[in-house]
Write a protein that binds this ligand. Sequence first.
Ligand SMILES: Nc1nc2c(ncn2[C@@H]2O[C@H](COP(=O)(O)OP(=O)(O)OP(=O)(O)O)[C@@H](O)[C@H]2O)c(=O)[nH]1
Length: 510
Amino acid sequence: MPLRMARVASPSFSVYPTLPTDSKATPSLSPVTFLLPLRYGKKRNQSSLLRWQFIQCRVAKVKDDPSSSSPSLIKEAHKYFDHVFITVRSGDGGHGAVLTMPTTQRNPTKTLSRHEKEAMKKKRSPSYKRDSDGSLILPMGGHGGDVAIYADEGKDSLLELHKKNRYSAKRGGNVDAMGVLTSMLHDGNAAPAMRIPVPIGTVVRRKQGGKLLADLVNPGDEVLVARGGQGGISLLEMPEHRRKTLMSLTTNVMRDENDKVLVLGQPGQEVTLELILRVVADVGLVGLPNAGKSTLLAAITFAKPDIAEYPFTTLMPNLGRLDGDPRLGALKYSSAATLADLPGLIEGAHLGKGLGRNFLRHLRRTRLLVHVVDAAAENPVKDYRTVKEELRMYNPEYLERPHVVILNKIDLTEARDRLPSLIEEIANIGCNEMAPKSVESLEGALETSNGHENQPSPLSTIKKEKEIGEYPRPLAVVGVSCLKHIGINPMLKEIRAALRKCNDYSPSMV
Ligand SMILES: Nc1nc2c(ncn2[C@@H]2O[C@H](COP(=O)(O)OP(=O)(O)OP(=O)(O)O)[C@@H](O)[C@H]2O)c(=O)[nH]1
């Protein structure tokens, strides 16, 4: 801990061993006793004057460095990674200037030759910038910097924006004038736009009113959130008797008191924004903790999620890319997909149990759900129903989506023995019909308009009454062991077939 020495009260003491000082230190904490060599009198070299003495000092603790992330942010990153409020301010416009015309000297030119007279005339009338109608173009203050937010492939969470949540663009440059109009005058420099990178899939809303500004789903998508202030104009000041001549020179000649305000650059805008990340993925992996979702993702993609035998290893969605099946020829690309492995859900997640269910917003853009069920668990059917129930509590529309059930851990005897009966039982939960696409679109539209995605929409409230068995049954139920790589290929075949069906069924879901 960096310390600094507190002052010793008596002026007759001089304290030799000084402790490290730090300008950020604040006086605080309880007194501490130090054994310090003290000198009495002025003669430093006389050892007889040296005395060791116990002195009580106050030590100060260095304030936490504000640039370092707060401990709660590091410890509970899963609560913050997909939601943040930031305030942005665009730059003010630079100021224009009030200029006067240069005074012309009245030299007697009678004695000069014609050549000299022409040269003199050229020198006296500098080439001001002029408009097409011949009027003078006066310099303007630079435009203030805009603030824009763009989708960057290199970003995967909004955590960084919690560390710094205020962004200000630079102001535009002033017209650098000494008060006299010259041909050398330039516009003030426009300030560069400030571009804030966010992960792909970020939704940008105004905090006030919740107005949706943009949904940045493609790499490079950009939205202007605060426009920089307009630069001020310049005015020509002139004495009354010369105004008429000058009026014929430029349309910019204005000497109204009200117009003078335009010389000052316009202020920038300040706006507070809510950024919500909704992962962009085709397939969402859902299930209870420890069901093997991360193991499945690692088995079929190059993703390297954390895998462990304790629940809630996954705190934030992990993404993996499933390549298209080359055996499908032209259909290859319809079977390529991005998979999102979500944190485990438990019963009561909608009441905040476990990690809660806020992360379920990341299923919003998926078109296929893959339920991963631990087939060796005590009651796999109940586990499957529990997850469905939690999905329904969050957004009943999720239960309308096509889904595949993966019964995992069939390398274990207890799972292998009951696999056929489990497959039959789960395959029969639900009905055959698919939800009409129009209902999904309506749901999406309602949620986009009300702006509060965790609040059930009116449509959700109506749908809540439906029983689990009244939603579509799974497209396929497959037994696998993701850990031992048993049954991976048949499982991939079913996932790809389901993806193709989703394409036919609802191509505009993502
Ligand atoms: N025997 C066996 N164990 C498996 C299989 N798949 C996963 N496991 C184990 O189950 C445990 C949990 O696996 P994860 O992949 O972390 O489970 P998860 O569903 O992602 O868990 P959360 O992160 O808590 O949501 C790990 O110890 C895995 O090794 C399997 O096929 N067979």
